[in-house]
Design a protein around this ligand. Structure first.
Ligand code: B12
Length: 443
């Protein structure tokens, strides 16, 4: 072993570029990920780890740390590669990992010394030992079938400018295989759950650190009903507030919904994607039924859940009318926090394979793909029209009148005013970004 090498590492979560090609920088990142605090914990106690979240911090280019680990979330990979190149020029050892580095690992490998493909739990320690022994291999890939993780080193991020909750993860993956989704692509229908006592241990740690809220960052917490019921029963005892995302089908299961609400869940985000059934069929997500959405949203709200939605534009059967209908759907249903993305063919997904050679693709540079710029003409709309309709939709949905209608002039405002004032603040915050031409995807 090379005795000269100190066990020190800098982990960087790169930010993204906006559509004006400017780096997105903020005073505060309300919603932070678990990736870096968890990787820090998985190194072992003898590693000295620093974390840089580029959205809210400057990169310490002159650091004396030799090992630099860089993450990759969607198009932040572009910035990740720039950072890798810069640190390579400075003679550092650069390793990369995360979703995009895993999906396009051959491409990304040109810019760094090694890539950890997929979950780190199988190989992270081996990779670090190889680094210490000057024996780094280009790729590290090991499929995992069970998931057990240490307490994330939250203390490395709690002094940063973040929101009033911390992330916790119960499981990874999702049993569904939607054609556009990176999760489906990496986990291939697998859902790995952690043992409930381990998850509860992490939530207790969050509480111990003085946080009253946590975010379950799972992609679909409904993937295993029995597990969810048992987990909620344990969460309830901790008397905390929590948020997460899952399938809107939760509303069809009265017992589970009650259990989720009783355990302290106040807001859930649902990837309902589109109000057009044929669009869902084409994306292999036809197990959702848009005809049911209004009823389900109402049920969730009556149960005490604030509803956030994630929807897409630029789908095959979208028309000017269907996008106008989407605005009406959101306004009529008073969705508390609606978000929209333009369908983007993420390399590695079945949707990318389907469209990559299409004459309708107008942008062939995968490094510039983003969820707020259309890459493809559809049968009814050109890419430019989709971009225009996207911003019109956002502007309409986030007009002052509509924000007041869905948050303030409501019965639920009288029931829990403090919570709804917070939702109001979130809406104003999103509106501010939209007015500046920034889609509210980093919050
Ligand atoms: C929290 C979160 C956010 C937060 C916080 C981001 C931040 N800067 O900290 C917010 C809301 C701001 C956000 C924004 C975005 N996100 Co986001 N986000 C998540 C979410 C829900 C959880 C991330 C997390 O903590 N995971 C838990 C950790 C433990 O898992 P992990 O990140 O996969 O890490 C493991 C391995 O991948 C590996 N690994 C990861 N990074 C590295 C780095 C190194 C060096 C090594 C060795 C290993 C390694 O080790 C970890 C342990 O096994 C994920 C969904 C998900 N399931 O992960 C989406 C997700 C990562 N986000 C995604 C995207 C696209 C984005 C955005 C580009 C916007 C968007 N939605 O379009 C921006 C980019 C943000 C940025 N970089 O600045 C996609 C990425 C898809 C892809 N193909 O890359 C995901 C998968 C969501 C999805 N379903 O598509 N995000």
């Amino acid at each position: 072993m090379n005795a000269q090498k100190k066990k020190r590492m800098l982990l960087i979560q790169p930010t993204i570029y906006d559509q004006y090609n400017k780096l997105v920088k903020k005073n505060m990142l309300y919603f932070i990920g678990l990736t870096m605090p968890l990787l820090a914990a998985e190194c072992g106690d003898d590693w000295d780890v620093e974390i840089c979240i580029e959205t809210i911090e400057d990169i310490p280019w002159d650091t004396d740390i030799d090992l630099i680990g860089i993450g990759s979330m969607g198009h932040s990979i572009i910035r990740g590669i720039e950072i890798a190149k810069e640190f390579k020029k400075r003679g550092k050892t650069v390793v990369m990992g995360g979703y995009m580095a895993s999906l396009v690992s051959d491409e990304v490998k040109q810019y760094c010394d090694a890539i950890l493909v997929g979950d780190a739990e199988g190989y992270w320690k081996d990779m670090l030992n190889d680094y210490l022994n000057d024996e780094l291999k280009p790729f590290y890939t090991k499929k995992i079938d069970t998931l057990s993780t240490p307490i994330p080193r939250y203390e490395l991020v709690t002094k940063k400018k973040i929101g009033d909750f911390l992330p916790v993860q119960a499981g990874r993956g999702c049993p569904n295989s939607c054609a556009f989704c990176s999760i489906a692509c990496l986990y291939k229908g697998k859902y790995l759950r952690r043992e409930i006592p381990e998850v509860v241990r992490d939530i207790k740690k969050v509480k111990e650190l003085g946080f009253k809220k946590f975010l379950l960052i799972d992609d679909n917490i409904l993937s295993d009903r029995k597990y969810m019921m048992d987990l909620c029963a344990e969460i309830k005892k901790l008397k905390m507030e929590w948020y997460s995302q899952c399938s809107i089908h939760l509303a069809n299961d009265d017992e589970l919904l009650k259990c989720v609400v009783d355990s302290g869940c106040t807001t859930l985000s649902f990837g309902i994607e589109t109000i057009t059934k044929s669009n869902l069929q084409k994306l292999n997500k036809d197990w959702e039924d848009p005809g049911e959405y209004s009823r389900l949203i109402q049920k969730l709200r009556n149960a005490g859940i604030d509803v956030a939605t994630e929807m897409m534009l630029g789908l095959e059967d979208d028309t000017v009318e269907s996008i106008k209908e989407t605005a009406k759907f959101i306004i009529d249903n008073k969705v508390e926090a609606p978000k929209f993305y333009i369908l983007c063919p993420v390399p590695g997904t079945p949707y990318y394979e389907e469209v990559k050679d299409s004459p309708d693709l107008v942008n062939h540079d995968i490094y510039t793909y983003s969820p707020n710029k259309a890459t493809k003409n559809t049968p009814n709309l050109s890419a430019e029209e989709i971009d225009k309709l996207y911003w019109e939709l956002y502007n309409e949905v986030y007009s002052i009148k509509n924000i007041f209608k869905r948050v303030i002039f409501t019965k639920k405002f009288l029931k829990h005013p403090a919570r709804e004032l917070f939702v109001f603040g979130v809406n104003l915050f999103y509106r501010y970004h939209i007015k500046h031409g920034i889609a509210p995807i980093i919050i």
